[in-house]
Write a protein that binds this ligand. Structure first.
Ligand code: SF4
Length: 205
């Protein structure tokens, strides 16, 4: 059942949560991967917030939650949460424009599969044109084989598409970071070299 199938009559759950001086947005629980380390399979949320949504909040509900949380006092507004934000690309673009209109700094944390979700669009350029400041892409592995085993993506060529997505963000001048989870079976040094070669920052989460 998709999150959209739930009744729209009650509060959706946690839309905004705070950590590290940032305000994080939880706009969907859907995702195009099934990572073996996904926190969704291990708990109901992070930092003490329950991130399981009863339904996907509308753009209006998200704006209201942002305003209620005085979003401008935070360093960054980060699209992340218990799912892949780009599954709601048009809603995200509209929210990015709105946030940028208010002067916020906006980041997207993503698995980098969005170009596969929208093959006829230029997703990174649309994000850039909407005003997105920074992108953090989950690299997760130094090879496609390991990536497919760990992340179980819905798409066959997800690894290459994620790399292309990242390169495009770098080329368009966006602040771009690649991240890995600190698993022992991942070669962190090789992952760092991939990020370096892309011209992206690197972070072990
Ligand atoms: S990409 Fe993120 S939300 Fe999706 S399964 Fe992997 S860790 Fe979970």
């Amino acid at each position: 059942m998709s999150a959209n199938s739930y009744s729209n009559t009650s509060k959706p759950g946690t839309i905004c949560y705070t950590a590290h001086g940032n305000l994080y947005l939880n706009i969907t629980n859907r995702c195009t991967a099934r990572c073996v380390f996904c926190v969704r399979d291990l708990s109901d949320g992070v930092y003490g917030y329950n991130l399981r949504l009863l339904y996907e909040p509308s753009v209006e509900e998200i704006k209201q939650a942002l305003e209620k949380n005085n979003f401008l006092k935070y360093r960054e507004i980060v699209f992340t949460g218990f799912g892949e934000p780009t599954v709601r690309l048009d809603d995200m673009l509209s929210l990015i424009r709105w946030l940028k209109g208010h002067g916020a700094y906006v980041r997207l944390d993503t698995n980098g599969h969005a170009q596969l979700l929208y093959p006829n669009r230029d997703v990174v350029k649309e994000l850039k044109d909407a005003g997105l400041d920074a992108i953090s892409v989950s690299l997760n592995a130094e090879s496609e084989d390991i990536y497919n085993r760990l992340c179980q993506p819905r798409y066959k060529n997800a690894y290459q598409s994620m790399l292309d997505f990242t390169k495009k963000a770098v080329n368009l001048g966006m602040r771009t970071r690649m991240t890995v989870v600190g698993f022992t079976e991942i070669d962190i040094e090789k992952c760092k070299r991939i990020a370096d070669n892309m011209g992206a920052d690197f972070h072990v989460r």
